[in-house]
Design a protein around this ligand. Structure first.
Ligand code: NAP
Length: 293
């Protein structure tokens, strides 16, 4: 027998979560501040609750997906709190590690079981085998609700008992994502300045992406192992990286392209080189990112 599930928040992501639950055969109650956004879910078989309290009372498992933790707190920490006692709240709203830990403390005080999740996917991945959701918090409720969580994302993973871990990993992975996205903005600016067709950039990126992915994976592994000095397996030391980087900066200066992003890279390169790491593995730069310079 599948448990009934309530979803609070049916924006882009919350709606995808609720649709995935319905598709997997869960009796699903939804609530959204703007009720019009629940129409498609009602048509798909969801029960639309008139209030947060009604929504919470309808199920033993409450999935929350709103904009941020203050919005969640505003929904759950008033009159609704007593109705949550003994229930499981799965917070899938994005937040900080300390935000999740604080919510966990509040939940313990009010007799609520709490899991905190980070969705590492866009709504189109929800309900598919490739949807990744990282979950932290107590193991037992995770195992008990795992089938439901897998209906949301086929690749759901418990990353630890510390409630802050899912959000911490989320931020770490988003740092990688924004590195790529801001890098793409930089590439586009260079191509436009040099009259290179963006279709050509897309084609060449497809060919180059596996090389970049290999470098990122190697960097993480070498840093974990503390292999910061160059050795036989070093793919590239800082020296050739910095030479190529200077070419980029020169081109950008000639074309008067905004340097905001690359100036940050330059500062890290310079710190590493000044500390004598020019001929060490690129992983040596990891030491200069861990504390504010
Ligand atoms: P969205 O489409 O803007 O939806 C935001 C939702 O939060 C809406 O349901 C909105 O209600 C509700 N909300 C905001 N403030 C509220 C308040 N004070 N009280 C009650 N409800 C409130 O955003 P989204 O893309 O679905 O994102 C929702 C969460 O998922 C965010 O934490 C986001 O970081 C996370 N996430 C999103 C993605 C993605 O690709 N979209 C990926 C990973 C994680 P109204 O409809 O009434 O405005």
């Amino acid at each position: 027998m599948k448990p009934a599930i309530t979803v609070l928040g049916t924006g882009r992501m919350g709606a995808a979560l609720a649709h995935a639950l319905l598709k997997a055969g869960y009796s699903t109650t939804v609530w959204n501040r703007t009720i019009e956004k629940t129409a498609a879910l009602a048509a798909a078989g969801a029960t639309v609750a008139a209030s947060v309290l009604d929504a919470v009372e309808a199920s033993e498992i409450i999935v929350v997906n709103v904009t941020d933790y203050p919005a969640t707190a505003a929904l759950l920490r008033g009159d609704v709190a007593s109705a949550l006692r003994g229930k499981l709240v799965v917070e899938l709203t994005s937040g900080t590690p300390n935000g999740a830990r604080e919510a966990g403390e509040w939940s313990t005080e009010y007799g609520v079981t709490y899991l905190d999740g980070a969705i590492m996917a866009t709504p189109d991945f929800i309900g598919t085998e490739h949807g990744t959701i990282l979950v932290s918090g107590p193991r037992q409720p995770f195992e008990q609700s795992k089938e439901m969580l897998q209906a949301l994302g086929g690749n759901v993973q418990h990353v630890g008992d510390d409630l802050g871990l899912a959000n911490a990993l989320d931020s770490a992975l988003l740092a990688l994502m924004w590195g790529s996205l801001f890098g793409a903005l930089q590439s586009i600016a260079v191509c436009r300045a040099e009259s290179i067709d963006l279709g050509e950039l897309a084609r060449q990126w497809t060919a180059t992406a596996p090389v970049v992915e290999g470098l990122v994976t190697d960097l993480i592994k070498r840093t974990e192992a503390g292999r910061l000095a160059a050795d036989d397996e070093t793919l590239s030391s800082i020296s050739p990286h910095y030479s190529a980087f200077r070419h980029l900066v020169e081109l950008m200066d000639v074309r008067k392209i905004d340097r905001t992003v690359v100036d940050g890279y330059d500062a890290i390169f310079r710190r590493g080189i000044a500390a004598g790491h020019l001929h060490d593995d690129f992983a040596a730069l990891s030491q200069f990112m861990e504390k504010a310079g």
